[in-house]
Every structure is written in C-alpha cells, then in structure tokens.
Design a protein. Structure first.
Length: 92
C-alpha cells in the first residue's frame, strides 16, 4: 500500500492471492497468482476517488470450469451531480 506523504490518503493498493479463495461456498474459487490493483487520486473538490483498477485472475467455477479474467479500467472526469449519489465518473 502506498500512502500520500502530504495528505495521508492511500494512493495505491495491491493484492496477490497466495492461497485459493472460495467465493460463495463452492460456487467459485480464485486461484493463487491472481493480482488486484486499485489506485485513487484527489478530484478538483478534494475528494479522493478511484482512478485506476486492474485485475488478472484465474478462477474455477463450480469446480469444473476454468475462467480467466483481465480488467484494466481508468476513471476520470469526476464531477458533482445533482442526484443524491454525489460524484460521478467517466470510465474507460
């Protein structure tokens, strides 16, 4: 985990699966070696929001089917919204 030295907010977090992780009992199992990364950055309003997410994972679904998943998403353009959810972002 990386922490901003001025604002003391976390900037980046990484996780690596080292042992199988079961999800929903026996529905799916994330295999060792899966990697997850999440970064956040301050918005113009001073809120810290997600700016990047990446994932490389291998899983077994119902113990029978292998599933490889890769995601690499960048979030930007946060702006205030008039709805009750607050901030919104554009995803790429």
């Amino acid at each position: 985990m990386w922490i901003d030295a001025v604002d003391f907010h976390w900037i980046r977090a990484e996780a690596v699966v080292i042992q199988p992780v079961w999800i929903g009992g026996f529905v799916a199992r994330v295999e060792p070696g899966a990697r997850f990364e999440l970064e956040q950055a301050p918005t113009a309003d001073g809120f810290w929001m997600p700016s990047h997410f990446s994932m490389d994972a291998k899983a077994k679904v119902l113990v029978l089917f292998s599933h490889d998943e890769h995601a690499d998403e960048t979030y930007f353009g946060y702006h205030r919204s008039n709805n009750r959810l607050g901030l919104q972002a554009v995803s790429k």
